[in-house]
Write a protein that binds this ligand. Structure first.
Ligand code: SIN
Ligand code: CO
Length: 385
């Protein structure tokens, strides 16, 4: 997909063949994914034309962006959260700091195009695009991420050191997750366009050799604890149990402070009566995976087209999902931004196409289908292509 940037230059997300350095996607998943690092030279050329340091500074000053500034202070590290004041960023020293902005895929169209170039993995696994800027000596220190990451060199040069070490102990009392010990196994200098893939928990340290920008494609890997907590929160709303505690057989209490064993047994039975079905779990999974992050807000159109005009334009131009929208499906059930939709059979092909390609080409959409699309258009979930 080709996107025009603010300076008028275009960015075309690379073809899969270029992105994976000629490795077939099946081979990538078999040999590298979650298994071992992969360095691809010239995987994503031209990123330096999309955004420069000033462009990233501008994003870091926006209040709809998640940004942070990181720098070493003595033997510790300091982390400041954005949004930042442009004057404060202009006063930063010439060396050894790093400014990072997350969710860049939701801030610039080229970021959305780049993130979606990685849809050889399912959208349910793709998380977001983070972009960092660092002057010489800058970086976020030796660390590991708990998810897979593709680190793409946008601008300038950076040395990446990596380690397959099992020792993942972190420095105590540090606002950043810094490894206590880091034993370098391999290192490379990345030039603009080069890309390094790292599996989860692979230790790494990137140090800027010149003014440098790194674009990181991150993946979602929720912890078992998070899934359990979120599922129980979900069940709280969907559970519906009859009856209440009763004890017509209760006797006189000589030790009123003691919880009666009979009461414990009956309460345990009430807890054991909590059940969930495959349908509950699948509904939760679809809603949970399609739920936008809490910091995401949609912008409904300020002057929405009326239904008739929308229908005409949608048929003529097609539609595309907003960069913030998460649309997924499980069989014939669709999930749009945390909402469930059981679609009529006749709509399913188009809805799958919208979820897979994130756009619908011009067509002849019937009234019922268009009403659904219109609702999503009014909510800001999709726009005219
Ligand atoms: C960076 O862009 O400096 C950090 C990216 C990472 O190590 O995951
Ligand atoms: Co990292």
């Amino acid at each position: 997909m080709t996107k025009r940037n603010r300076s008028g230059k275009t960015f075309t997300a690379p073809e899969l063949k270029t992105l994976l350095g000629g490795i077939a996607p099946r081979q990538f998943f078999k040999e590298y994914w979650q298994k071992k690092p992969l360095l691809v030279r010239q995987a994503v050329p031209d990123l330096d034309r999309v955004l420069n340091g000033q462009g990233l500074f501008d994003l870091a000053c926006r209040d709809d962006a998640e940004s942070r500034l990181v720098r070493p202070v003595g033997s510790n590290w300091q982390r400041q959260l954005g949004p930042f004041d442009p004057a404060a960023l202009a006063r930063l020293p010439k060396r050894r700091w790093s400014l990072l902005v997350s969710g860049v895929n939701m801030l610039i169209p080229q970021g959305d195009a780049l993130l979606n170039a990685f849809n050889f993995a399912p959208y349910a696994r793709l998380d977001d695009l983070m972009v960092s800027f660092a002057p010489p000596g800058g970086g976020v220190g030796p660390h590991f991420d708990s998810y897979d990451v593709f680190l793409i060199q946008g601008l300038g040069r950076r040395r990446w050191e990596i380690s397959g070490q099992d020792d993942l102990e972190l420095v105590d009392d540090c606002p950043l997750r810094i490894l206590k010990r880091f034993r370098v196994d391999q290192s490379w200098e990345l030039e603009p366009g080069d890309m390094l893939y790292l599996p989860p928990k692979y230790a790494h340290n990137g140090v800027a050799l010149t003014d440098c920008m790194t674009w990181s494609i991150g993946f979602r890997a929720p912890s078992a604890q998070e899934i359990a907590t979120e599922f129980l929160v979900y069940m709280q709303d969907s559970i519906c149990l009859d009856g209440a505690y009763a004890d017509p057989d209760l006797g006189y209490s000589q030790r009123p402070g003691k919880i009666p064993p009979l009461m414990v047994d009956r309460l345990k039975d009430m807890i054991r009566a909590i059940r969930w079905t495959d349908r509950d779990m699948e509904d939760f999974i679809g809603r949970y995976l399609s739920e936008p992050k809490p910091c995401v807000f949609f912008d409904p159109p300020a002057q929405p087209a009326g239904f008739k005009r929308f229908h005409k334009l949608a048929n003529e131009r097609g539609l595309k999902l907003d960069a913030r929208s998460r649309m997924l499906y499980l069989g014939g059930i669709f999930f749009m931004n945390g909402e469930r939709l059981e679609a009529a059979h006749g709509m399913q092909t188009e809805l799958r196409q919208l979820a897979d390609r994130r756009h619908l080409p011009a067509g002849e959409f019937d009234e019922v289908f268009t009403s659904l699309l219109y609702e999503w258009y009014r909510a800001g979930y999709l726009t005219m292509a």
